[in-house]
Design a protein around this ligand. Structure first.
Ligand SMILES: [Zn+2]
Length: 242
């Protein structure tokens, strides 16, 4: 009887020990899983943060030639306040007209123009002095919707057509060569001429953007507006500076 009890006790000890070991193993596996899960969650959060697309980027991948403190164009800063110089929105043009966009100077047939956010191409047409325009309806990640006219682009470089979906950063064309050329600050100058439309006149081209009979000095559709804020936002994101 005593012998049997000892055997039972020994067997119980073995059983209990096995159960304990199994329990500890299970706890270790569970703890490891929790640690791994946590690391995965942290990694995913980190990844999403790092790869988060900005709402808007700059339409050029390099800083324009008429950027701040430009030696070539010291008085054509694209970011000047409206009307301050010929590159700005609202500056005077011949015949009492006012400039309906902003000019970002670059090198003809070389400087790439990219989509500032995702969108759909509404149209592509001839624009001015042998250059073309590409018109895109854009929608930002944070839900803003507006039309951008990318103009004075090289016709041979246009890489999109009406109806195409474009993604942020996609090259849509290159800066064109105005023909006849224009001279600014003593040198032949080419540029991206960029116009912004809020969409209050429609998110399509049923009403044309250019309206030569308009009573407005811009000779544009009534929802034309200064693209300055959008350009500043894009500049900060593309060049990582304010
Ligand atoms: Zn212009």
């Amino acid at each position: 009887m005593r012998e049997q009890a000892r055997q039972l006790t020994n067997r119980d000890i073995v059983t209990n020990t096995r159960a304990l070991v199994a329990d500890v193993r299970a706890r270790v596996v569970d703890a490891k899983a929790r640690v791994t899960d946590r690391n995965v969650v942290l990694s995913v959060q980190e990844y999403e943060k790092e790869t988060e697309k900005p709402n808007i980027i700059f339409p050029l991948l390099i800083k324009p030639l008429n950027d701040k403190n430009s030696s070539l164009h010291p008085n054509r800063y694209w970011r000047g306040k409206a009307g301050a110089n010929s590159a700005t929105f609202g500056s005077s043009r011949s015949g009492g007209r006012r400039h309906a966009g902003r000019d970002l100077y670059g090198k003809e047939l070389t400087t790439s123009i990219v989509a500032i956010c995702d969108g759909v191409v509404l149209g592509r047409n001839a624009f001015f002095n042998q250059t073309d325009e590409v018109v895109i309806l854009h929608t930002t990640n944070d839900g803003r919707k507006f039309i951008i006219r990318y103009a004075e682009v090289a016709p041979s470089s246009v890489a999109v057509r009406r109806g195409d979906n474009v993604i942020q950063g996609q090259e849509i064309a290159k800066i064109g060569a105005l023909t006849p050329s224009i001279t600014i600050d003593g040198r032949t100058t080419n540029m991206l001429h960029i116009e912004y439309y809020t969409g209050s006149e429609g998110f399509n081209l049923s009403k044309p953007l250019t309206d030569r009979n308009s009573s407005s000095e811009y000779r544009r559709r009534a929802d034309v507006a200064d693209p300055l804020d959008i350009l500043i936002e894009g500049y900060a994101n593309t060049f990582n500076v304010k």
